[in-house]
Design a protein around this ligand. Structure first.
Ligand SMILES: Nc1ncnc2c1ncn2[C@@H]1O[C@H](COP(=O)(O)OP(=O)(O)OP(=O)(O)O)[C@@H](O)[C@H]1O
Ligand SMILES: Nc1nc2c(ncn2[C@@H]2O[C@H](COP(=O)(O)O)[C@@H](O)[C@H]2O)c(=O)[nH]1
Length: 408
């Protein structure tokens, strides 16, 4: 067997007590998890039409129930789930009747990220992130004044290494330029829509740049990582600072022009801005150059004088000098049968052995097998909300093939 032997499984059955002192009663599939004075009630909502799993907090010292601000992508409702407290700061939710890709979710309740957001929102905050397998390489943040050549360098990188890099498509309230496509260069949006989405916690970072709103959604970064690629963000210095303070670990690169005059010429020659906008961008460039070079935020500062020389320096920083970029990464092929569904036992109990969560799934997958053991290995979890918690390992153990592990 690949789970540790000799340790008695600890069974978790959360909601033994289904009524609270203030008369608040749990509904069918809701579970409770206690942390200090707070009981997190997970599942269902007051609005039964809601399609995602709801969260309420019962404060035992005040007997009040609050609905927190919920950040991150929320998991879809399911008929059943199990809840397990991890490290006093996040709760693992195992969805019953789900696919392996959608079975593990983490609700951060007291992590560094949640504490920061509580200060911003001045409310109770919790944040969902989806547990996913494998690691993602650190995203690359590229900043520099408007017209310095960030977009040109990124386009070269993506062209040479199409299988390696993916671009984080930002949201912006500025109007599209002639050749720009919605959803490719930017998600073009209205200010009021974007402001509401910012309030809803959709953005990893956002800033007002040259009079318009720009922002990186959590989803923009995560879809690139989900596709197995390394994410590139083209954002201004304010945005880079916000990313450095977020839970996203990234590499920060600042691009400088050889001189202010050259920067001005490139902006003018590009021909995409009015004179008024050019003046505004140049005024902002002075401040950005000063901050970029002196803030200590950027680990790498490159001068874009000759394009090819700067591109080679960028490749070197990324460890790509001498690497051919056209070969796709081999896909992981799994020869073993894998279960299509994770189904919780009737009593919703799952057992935790060290950092492994074991679930006796009812399975229609394996003929003659009434159940099979499904293991969620949390020993290499990385990152956290917003978005995805990576490094989850999942495998099934065939009850008939002693010791054979099926990677999912
Ligand atoms: N090394 C270079 N030498 C000469 N021209 C360059 C060089 N790098 C970029 N350019 C040109 O400068 C202009 C501005 O480049 P680009 O649009 O990539 O800048 P940017 O930093 O992405 O600007 P913004 O922040 O406004 O999006 C473009 O016309 C591009 O072709
Ligand atoms: N903070 C953020 N800055 C962003 C984002 N997307 C782009 N940008 C920066 O805005 C300026 C202007 O871009 P332009 O396309 O109008 O020329 C440039 O410096 C970009 O780096 C973002 O999501 N967040």
């Amino acid at each position: 067997m690949c789970i540790d032997q000799g340790e008695a499984p600890a069974f978790f059955l959360d909601d033994l007590d289904r009524e609270f002192s203030n008369g608040f009663a749990l509904k069918g599939s809701q579970t409770t998890t206690v942390i200090g004075d707070k009981t997190y009630v997970i599942g269902g909502t007051d609005d039964e039409s809601a399609s995602t799993i709801g969260v309420q907090i019962f404060n035992r010292s005040t007997s009040e129930v609050t609905i927190p601000t919920v950040l991150g992508t929320k998991p879809k409702q399911c008929k059943d789930h199990a809840a397990l407290l991890l490290n006093e700061d996040r709760i693992l939710i195992v969805k019953g009747d789900s696919t392996p890709e959608d079975c593990a979710w983490l609700l951060e309740v007291d992590t560094k990220f949640v504490k920061q957001q509580q200060n911003n929102f001045e409310t109770e905050v919790v944040a969902w992130s989806k547990g996913v397998r494998g690691d993602a390489e650190k995203p690359i943040v590229i900043s520099g004044p408007s017209g310095v050549g960030k977009g040109t360098l990124i386009a070269k990188l993506m062209k040479e290494f199409p299988f390696m890099f993916g671009f984080s498509v930002s949201h912006t309230t500025r109007s599209p330029r002639e050749k720009e496509k919605d959803g490719v260069h930017y998600h073009f949006t209205d200010r009021s829509v974007m402001e509401n989405e910012i309030k809803d916690g959709k953005f990893l970072e956002f800033a007002s740049v040259h009079g318009n709103l720009y922002g990186t959604s959590v989803e923009a970064v995560e879809v690139v990582a989900d596709a197995g690629k390394r994410c590139i963000l083209d954002i201004d210095v304010q945005g880079a600072r916000s990313v450095s303070e977020s839970s996203l670990e990234a590499i920060f690169i600042f691009i400088c022009p050889p001189s202010f005059e050259v920067l001005e010429k490139r902006l003018r020659d590009r021909g995409t801005e009015t004179e008024e906008q050019i003046q505004k961008r140049l005024r902002n460039a002075r401040a950005e150059l000063q901050q970029g070079q002196s803030s200590g935020l950027f680990e790498h500062i490159l001068v874009n004088d000759d394009l090819e020389t700067c591109y080679e320096s960028l490749k070197k920083v990324l460890g790509l000098d001498g690497i051919a970029g056209t070969t796709p990464k081999p896909k992981f092929e799994n020869a073993n049968p894998v279960p299509k569904f994770v189904d919780l036992p009737v009593d919703r109990s799952v057992s935790k052995i060290d950092k492994k969560i074991c679930i006796n799934c009812r399975s229609a997958e394996l003929e003659n097998a009434s159940e099979q053991l499904f293991v969620l290995d949390l020993s290499s979890l990385k990152g956290g909300a917003p978005g995805r918690t990576r490094g989850l390992n999942m495998y099934a153990i065939d009850p008939f093939a002693n010791g054979i592990k099926y990677e999912i």
